[in-house]
Design a protein around this ligand. Structure first.
Ligand code: ZN
Length: 234
């Protein structure tokens, strides 16, 4: 078994090859057609976001609904390594001299209560309600083993109900319902969405891992959190 005690570039290259070959299942409704998904740009550079207070879940939802309606879609997705204004004004992101504003997962914006499916066979590594405003709210981390490689997937902004009945080591099969999306009250003040992140080394974390980093830290974190789009052919 190859395990990642610390970052190792060879391991990362091999794992990226494996991720690109894995046939992952969808994160949402197995019968949703590709047209149900539309990309969304929440970066600082998007001129449509001028004057939109993304940190306010209602304003953020207003923009998401616009994008969904324009594209006749039900799920708006994106955000890997996107630099965003979504977190400004939140103390948890403003510590130190450099704010954290680069997003390390992919977000899927859709209705609260939407079921989240397990994309790959895995087992519960850990779970926790990260209930501080601006954090993930209810969060699940799955551990996966593929071709002898171990890696993790993190699911944030879930419903509270998603954590009931879980235990460390509980097995989930690809395609099985893992969780459902939380409301802004449960997911600690965001428009409903799934934060999905791949992680190679959890650095000892349980039920939590950094999902937004400083720009100066991007190289380090992108090596530890490969692009989730590798798994999905959207
Ligand atoms: Zn996110």
């Amino acid at each position: 078994m190859r395990y990642l005690p610390s970052l190792n570039p060879g391991y990362l290259t091999d794992l990226i090859d494996i991720l690109a070959k894995i046939k992952a299942g969808p994160l949402f409704g197995p019968t949703l057609p590709p047209e149900a998904y539309t990309p969304i740009n929440l970066s600082k550079e998007n001129p449509e976001l001028q004057g939109v207070e993304l940190g306010d879940p209602k304003a953020c939802q207003g923009y998401i609904d616009k994008v969904l309606n324009w594209n006749k879609a039900t799920i708006a997705y994106g955000g890997y390594l996107e630099q965003r204004n979504l977190y400004s004004g939140n103390a948890a992101f403003e510590t130190g001299e450099e704010r954290r504003d680069v997003h390390l997962g992919v977000d899927y914006w859709t209705k609260a209560g939407t079921k989240v499916l397990t994309p790959l066979d895995g087992e519960i590594h850990s779970f926790k309600n990260n209930a501080v405003k601006g954090d993930y709210g209810p969060t699940i981390i799955l551990k996966h083993t593929e071709d002898g490689f171990i890696f993790y997937s993190l699911y944030g902004h879930l419903s509270l109900e998603s954590l009931t009945g879980l235990y460390v080591g509980k097995q989930f099969k690809k395609g099985e319902v893992l969780a459902s999306l939380g409301t802004p009250e449960e997911n600690v003040n965001y428009a409903p969405h799934l934060h999905f992140q791949l992680i190679l080394n959890l650095h000892g974390k349980q039920g939590d891992y950094l999902g937004v980093c400083r720009k100066s830290e991007v190289q380090f974190y992108k090596n530890n959190c490969p692009d989730p789009n590798l798994l999905f052919s959207l």
